[in-house]
Design a protein around this ligand. Structure first.
Ligand SMILES: [Zn+2]
Ligand SMILES: [Zn+2]
Length: 259
């Protein structure tokens, strides 16, 4: 099961006031601001209050992860990377573990629960199948579409609160998240349907985001290497080789004894 590391989730919740936003003085501060975005120092205050004493070390971890100055202080540079369009799987404290759990089989099934209306269904089907194929080609795993309740990976497009502990945040910010291999929610992959999903370069490319998320659904963690598909922030342009050498090595190490 996925580790609950709340840093990135909570930050996004705090920045975009929602049901979890519980600091009244910060809400009134936001309301008195003429801009819709709270000023950076207000964001810093909110984040610091939320994390207390462990804040500095968590912030350092995150800064190291993204190759920033590891000051332990949340500055605007750090805030920018934390709020850029990215995967919602918490990455702080996870980058030290390259591998997670894995499926104990090499045929993995997936099922759609809810589609997006941004794209025709057959386009979604083909983009999702292509995203699975990225990993199939590299690993020898096989992905089979299923229509049964016991499919391994449930794929759905949802918004805001959607039944897990990780509400989405409206447009931009968190784009999607996926649970590592396991029973129940294990492997399930959720896309924020408040994003504009596309098959091209405008909005967010569903194939690219899905390929990244399926890496998590197979047990891979985030990578600090910007060339890795498992780097947490969204990049619209990628080379023909979607997977870095590291990605290929990681998926094969994870599933090597099985195949
Ligand atoms: Zn991710
Ligand atoms: Zn979710």
């Amino acid at each position: 099961e996925m580790h609950v590391m709340l840093l990135s989730c909570c930050v996004l919740v705090l920045l975009m006031p929602g049901p979890c936003f519980t600091a009244p003085t910060l809400i009134s501060g936001t309301e008195s601001s003429p801009s819709t975005q709270p000023p950076v120092d207000l964001k810093l205050a909110a984040v610091s209050i939320a994390y207390g004493p462990s804040f500095t070390s968590k912030m350092k971890d995150m800064q190291i992860f993204f190759g920033l100055n590891a000051t332990g202080v949340l500055n605007s540079e750090t805030l920018e990377v934390m709020t850029s369009p990215r995967c919602g799987v918490p990455d702080v404290e996870e980058y030290s573990h390259i591998q997670g759990t894995r499926w104990n089989k090499n045929v993995i099934t997936y099922r759609y629960l809810l589609y997006t209306r941004d794209l025709p269904r057959n386009t979604v089907d083909s983009l999702i199948a292509s995203a699975f194929n990225v990993w199939a080609k590299a690993s020898g795993l096989t992905f089979v579409r299923s229509h049964t309740n016991n499919a391994d990976i449930m794929v759905e497009f949802v918004t805001s609160n959607h039944g897990d502990m990780y509400p989405f945040d409206g447009p931009r910010g968190t784009l999607a998240h996926a649970f590592g291999p396991g029973l129940g929610v294990g492997g399930d992959t959720h896309f924020d349907d408040d994003e504009h999903w596309t098959a091209g370069e405008r909005g967010f490319n569903l194939f690219l985001v899905a390929a990244h998320e399926f890496g998590h659904a197979l047990g891979l963690k985030h990578s600090r290497n910007p060339d890795s598909l498992m780097y947490p922030t969204y990049k619209s342009s990628r080379s023909a080789n979607l997977l870095s050498r590291e990605d290929v090595a990681n998926i094969n190490t994870l599933y090597s004894k099985l195949l």
